[in-house]
Design a protein around this ligand. Structure first.
Ligand code: NDP
Length: 248
């Protein structure tokens, strides 16, 4: 297991399916883990549940689509926990519909939360990472950002955009000991996917060569590796983790 003792990790959207597994994985590796929430009640319940498993995860209110709230979030983390060494940009939403039916609100909501958030959050932590000579940034994109998907022009544009951000920032900060990577999961057995009717889920699974959905823990294990010292040569890459559903 990677040793992240002494590192502070901010995982956005940590109370969701994949984010929660990432939080626990990084905490297991010794990092001080922080996440943010929009819904306080859900976040406090989640924090309590993590505590019963032996994990002490800090939670703060902040909407990743607000530059002001992200600025305040990182100031608070720095004051109460310490500067952020590891950032996992994981918070994301979908507002699916075909492009012809898509409203500007549906477009903007997805762009603001999935893509503008990269500016809003990363901007607050990058100077500490470059000046300390070590940092890890992992952007959680999607298989659909790589291959496109009917009904998701907003989502796929935002997810493909994430990797453009990854490649450019990776080049800008490579010499300062900071790596920036994208992780693109395929279909993962989160609440959202498990809520899909069984016959549709079975059709999805039939299209996955390994014959099953992925797990949040499998995504978290890859993120854990990318946060490690041994992953220092991996930067600017887009890691597909999709059971062979889409090969690039
Ligand atoms: P969930 O819906 O379970 O979790 C999303 C998390 O993001 C929640 O904690 C949510 O908090 C948070 N969030 C959403 N909007 C905001 C916001 N504006 N500000 C702060 N936090 C916000 O999603 P998953 O765990 O399934 O997905 C996590 C990431 O993985 C996403 O980026 C998604 O696109 C990507 N992904 C998921 C796949 C899957 O199969 N599940 C496949 C490929 C990619 P709250 O509930 O408080 O709003």
């Amino acid at each position: 297991m990677t040793n992240l003792k002494g590192k502070v990790a901010l995982v956005t959207g940590g109370t969701g399916g994949i984010g929660a597994a990432i939080c626990l994985r990084l905490a297991e590796a010794g990092a001080k883990v922080v996440t943010n929430y929009r819904n306080e009640e859900k976040a406090r319940k989640w924090q309590e549940a993590a505590k019963t498993k032996g994990f002490d995860i800090a939670v703060y209110q902040a909407d990743v689509s607000s530059l002001e709230e992200c600025t305040d979030l990182v100031k608070q983390i720095e004051a109460e926990i310490g500067p952020v060494d590891i950032l996992v940009n994981n918070a994301g939403i979908t507002k699916d519909t075909t492009f012809r039916k898509m409203t500007k609100e549906q477009w903007d909501a997805v762009m603001n939360i999935n893509l503008d958030s990269l500016y809003n959050v990363t901007k607050q932590v990058i100077d500490h990472m470059t000046s300390s000579g070590w940092g890890r940034i992992i952007n959680i994109s999607s298989i659909n950002g790589q291959k496109g998907q009917i009904g998701q022009t907003n989502y796929t544009a935002s997810k493909a955009g994430m990797h453009g951000f990854t490649m450019s920032l990776a080049q800008e900060v490579a010499r300062k000991g900071v790596t920036v990577n994208t992780v693109s999961p395929g279909y993962i057995a989160t609440e959202m996917v498990m809520a899909v009717p069984e016959e549709i889920r079975d059709k999805i699974i039939a299209g996955i060569p390994v014959g099953r959905l992925g797990t949040s823990e499998e995504i978290a294990a890859l993120v854990g590796y990318l946060c490690s010292e041994e992953a220092g040569f991996a930067t600017g890459a887009d890691f597909s983790i999709n059971g062979g559903q889409h090969m690039m």
